[in-house]
Design a protein around this ligand. Structure first.
Ligand SMILES: Nc1ncnc2c1ncn2[C@@H]1O[C@H](COP(=O)(O)OP(=O)(O)OP(=O)(O)O)[C@@H](O)[C@H]1O
Ligand SMILES: [Mg+2]
Length: 329
């Protein structure tokens, strides 16, 4: 079986002149080579495709694959993560991970929260700032948390994301509007413990493979799993197995969110407790990082006794089912 690999390689974009920040969500060469080597160990033949423009030229040349392992995040537009799967759908080529509907929706954290909330899952109250005039309309009680509406990898998130009053809110929202040229999400600040849950599978087959607690070391930026804390996670973060009550509460919430959003094959849900210890949905990562040592999903799988190859095997087992579905539709 030939598996195409679509991804955005960080070094390639850096050498094209894009900045560190613009490419922060993109993948390192060792992530791609780990995926490639593991797929080979699992008996698959692999073919590197790369970013969407390479995919377009390869499709034009007539190249086809049995399945595409897609981790391309995309660069432009609010559907940037949805572009590769949408293109593959047009050619009836099945792919690993979620489709365009889920990837476009979940890049927008506010719209995702509305759907999650509608299915009865707790998530912090929120407001969306489209331009500066929206800032003074925010009526939520402080402290609040401020972050870009559609980014990942902790981009734009630092200790100043926690704001205690209208002046700080104005400052942080204005900075993010100017820096990211996209709306800003303002949420009630959750001060409790933080977790991330790993899910593998689709629909009724989905299961939670583990929950870990994100514990900030003394040398970490305070109160948030920020960009800097993520980049330097080896020195600043403890990824820890945790008590059974927290695991049960988080896996239940994560599975419910995964199923209600119709996400596929594998990913992560980020959860934080409020001051009373009630778990809340923060966000879903349907294209979770897949670096074997540096990314949260492989880290949490490993801590739960699931090695990288086993994780990849489970994800592929879920995805391979789609080959039959696409070809018999
Ligand atoms: N409402 C909130 N209350 C408290 N902390 C929050 C809140 N929202 C986000 N955070 C903190 O900021 C971190 C990053 O937020 P979030 O997960 O939404 O961003 P991200 O950049 O998409 O993350 P990822 O790297 O998982 O893609 C969280 O892990 C958490 O520490
Ligand atoms: Mg997150």
């Amino acid at each position: 079986m030939i598996i195409g690999l679509t991804y955005d390689l960080r070094d390639e974009y850096l050498s094209m002149g894009f900045s560190e920040d613009e490419t922060a969500e993109f993948d390192r060469e060792d992530t791609i080579s780990s995926i490639e080597a593991t797929l080979a160990e699992l008996g698959y033949q692999t073919d590197r495709i790369g970013h969407i423009k390479n995919l377009v030229s390869r499709l034009n040349r007539g190249d086809r694959w049995d399945l595409v392992f897609n981790i391309a995040e995309g660069l432009y537009g609010e559907g940037r993560e949805a572009q590769v799967p949408a293109l593959l759908d047009a050619y009836r080529i099945p792919y690993v991970f979620s489709g365009p509907l889920v990837l476009a929706l979940t890049l927008n954290k506010a719209l995702t929260k509305i759907i999650v909330k509608d299915s009865g899952i707790a998530t912090p109250e929120h407001a969306v700032i489209y331009d500066r005039s929206d800032i003074r309309k925010v009526k939520l009680p402080y402290p609040l948390f401020v972050k870009p509406l559609a980014e990942g990898t902790g981009k734009g998130i630092d200790p100043e994301s926690v704001v205690d009053g209208p002046k700080q809110l104005e400052k942080k929202c204005t900075e993010l509007l100017n820096r990211y040229h996209q709306p800003v999400l303002v949420e009630t600040y959750l001060s409790g413990r933080e977790f991330t849950a790993g899910i593998v599978g689709t629909g009724q087959e989905a299961k939670c493979i583990g929950v870990i607690e994100i514990i900030l070391k003394d040398n970490a930026e305070k109160g948030v799993y920020s960009y800097v804390n993520k980049e330097e996670c080896e020195e600043r973060i403890i990824y820890s197995l945790t008590d059974q009550d927290a695991v049960d509460a988080c896996s239940e919430l994560a599975l419910q969110a995964w199923k209600c959003l119709r996400a596929e094959d594998g990913g992560r849900i980020d959860i934080r407790f409020d001051h009373q210890g009630t778990p809340h949905f923060l966000e879903i990562n349907p294209l979770a990082g897949m670096h074997p040592e540096h990314s949260d999903l492989p880290i949490l799988a490993g801590l739960n006794g699931i090695h990288y190859r086993e994780l990849m095997k489970m994800i592929m087992a879920s995805a391979v089912r789609k080959i039959k579905i696409v070809h018999h539709a």
